[in-house]
Write a protein that binds this ligand. Sequence first.
Ligand SMILES: Nc1ncnc2c1ncn2[C@@H]1O[C@H](COP(=O)(O)OP(=O)(O)O)[C@@H](O)[C@H]1O
Ligand SMILES: O=C(O)C1=C[C@@H](OP(=O)(O)O)[C@@H](O)[C@H](O)C1
Ligand SMILES: [Mg+2]
Length: 164
Amino acid sequence: MPIVLVGPMGAGKSRVGHRLAESVGAPFIDTDLRIIERYGPIEEIFEREGEEYFRIVEREVVAEALREEAVISLGGGAVLHADTRDDLAGLPVVWLKVSASAVAPRLVGGNRPLLADGGIERWSAILAQRRPVYEAVAKYSIDTSRRSVARIVDDITGHFGGTR
Ligand SMILES: Nc1ncnc2c1ncn2[C@@H]1O[C@H](COP(=O)(O)OP(=O)(O)O)[C@@H](O)[C@H]1O
Ligand SMILES: O=C(O)C1=C[C@@H](OP(=O)(O)O)[C@@H](O)[C@H](O)C1
Ligand SMILES: [Mg+2]
């Protein structure tokens, strides 16, 4: 069974997922990396085709990933797709939380198209819209604001028994 990480941009899904996979000895899938391998840089997809098209290709990659026995880090907006929310029912889904003040320095220098003009205020507005969705899909949540990646990995393996 996969372990799936959800949460807002900069919460640490990609970094924690990578370390969690090493820790439990499972393959690691970052759905954004798969999108990039197949379709090119995310900011170019947004620029060329728009967010709606990005969500379609994201859904395709996410659906495929969720059938694999892996630690899976989703992009922050993947849960917007109803089919993905359906797929997440019954899976160990971890919501990585983070405060605006803790995430602000983590977002510096990133190339997330949704934050291209708006910064932390835009991030907060997006989170406000999505919070109920994260809440609905998650089986467990961790505030990453003042926790090391190693500690977050320990919390997750402790909660799910260290196995898949
Ligand atoms: N627990 C943490 N404490 C401090 N910095 C972190 C933590 N988790 C991730 N980061 C840093 O924050 C940035 C965003 O992390 P990332 O894993 O890409 O987030 P996400 O995939 O959720 O957008 C990266 O520079 C990463 O190294
Ligand atoms: O929240 C979002 O809508 C997005 C989050 C990004 O992934 P991270 O959450 O890993 O930054 C990436 O999928 C894309 O820029 C859109
Ligand atoms: Mg990521």
